[in-house]
Ligand binder design. Structure first.
Ligand SMILES: NC(=O)c1ccc[n+]([C@@H]2O[C@H](COP(=O)([O-])OP(=O)(O)OC[C@H]3O[C@@H](n4cnc5c(N)ncnc54)[C@H](OP(=O)(O)O)[C@@H]3O)[C@@H](O)[C@H]2O)c1
Length: 237
């Protein structure tokens, strides 16, 4: 399939700001029809309108990844309106309760973190795979973090670390299950980027961190699968 096929459809979660917005913009610049999703429908529509004003092809859609009904609605609407789904970027994420200890956790915050960062991506992946299977093509990119690496695990940001380690595990499991289907599942760690989440401690802008996610979202058929990457280089899991 031509990589600039205007009918190729991508869903990006948390695309109203930060890294998600930058990834969505770059995918649209590559000719994909990008569904800009956000918890707030108006925020999604505003970004979509802005990008369309620059000649890109996008649509806005409400999507809260922690809400099963919202996820079901979004992917059903994509199926009805486009009849295909080629790319899913699981970007939506939160980092709350950074200072807590694993031995005395605020479990409400742990659950909220797991719901958004792990279960949200899982829920969206399952919905997306159901749409990808009939076309025999799909690229799922999970936005993870170096903090989720088991090989360098440490006792800071504990809920966030556990959620991203879980996301890494999910990436490998889905990739293994989908072997031979041309639905490739990978994870990308963007490094520390200047978004609201990083709270001012920045190494690079979101626009400087899109290369690996976009590369994985558009991998040719002979691409690797089940990997965790940073700057296109494999990371230890
Ligand atoms: N910034 C970094 O240094 C860094 C480093 C490594 C990995 N990451 C990862 O990169 C991804 C993007 O983060 P970012 O840095 O761009 O942070 P951000 O600016 O805080 O953006 C987070 C995005 O996720 C959305 N979101 C949160 N909960 C959601 C939910 N339940 N449903 C749908 N969307 C939801 C937010 O929407 P609202 O506007 O509605 O809140 C926002 O669009 C995350 O997965 C994060 O873990 C970031």
């Amino acid at each position: 399939m031509n990589m600039t096929d205007p009918q190729r459809v991508a869903v990006v979660t948390g695309a109203n700001r930060g890294l998600g917005r930058a990834i969505a913009t770059e995918l649209a610049e590559r000719g994909l029809h990008v569904i800009i999703t956000a918890r707030d429908a108006q925020a999604a529509d505003a970004v979509s309108r802005e990008l369309n004003g620059k000649g890109l092809v996008t649509s806005g859609h409400q999507l809260d990844v922690t809400d099963p009904a919202s996820v079901a609605r979004c992917f059903a609407d994509v199926a009805i309106q486009h009849g295909r789904l080629d790319v899913l970027v699981n970007n939506a994420g939160i980092a709350i309760g950074r200072g807590q200890l694993a031995a005395s956790p605020d479990l409400e915050r742990v659950y909220a973190t797991l719901e958004a960062n792990l279960m949200g991506a899982w829920r969206c992946s399952a919905a997306a795979i159901a749409e990808m299977r009939p076309n025999g093509y799909g690229r799922i990119v999970n936005i993870t973090s170096h903090l989720g690496s088991i090989s360098t695990m440490a006792d800071t940001n504990v809920a966030y670390r556990v959620s991203k380690a879980g996301l890494n595990a999910l990436t490998r499991i889905l990739a293994a299950e989908l072997q031979g289907t041309n639905i490739l599942v990978n994870a990308a760690s963007p490094g520390r980027i200047s978004t609201r989440m990083a709270a001012g401690k920045t190494d690079r802008t979101p626009e400087q961190a899109t290369d690996t996610p976009v590369w994985l979202a558009t991998l040719p058929n002979d691409g690797s699968t089940g990997g965790l990457f940073h700057d296109r280089q494999p990371l230890p899991w």
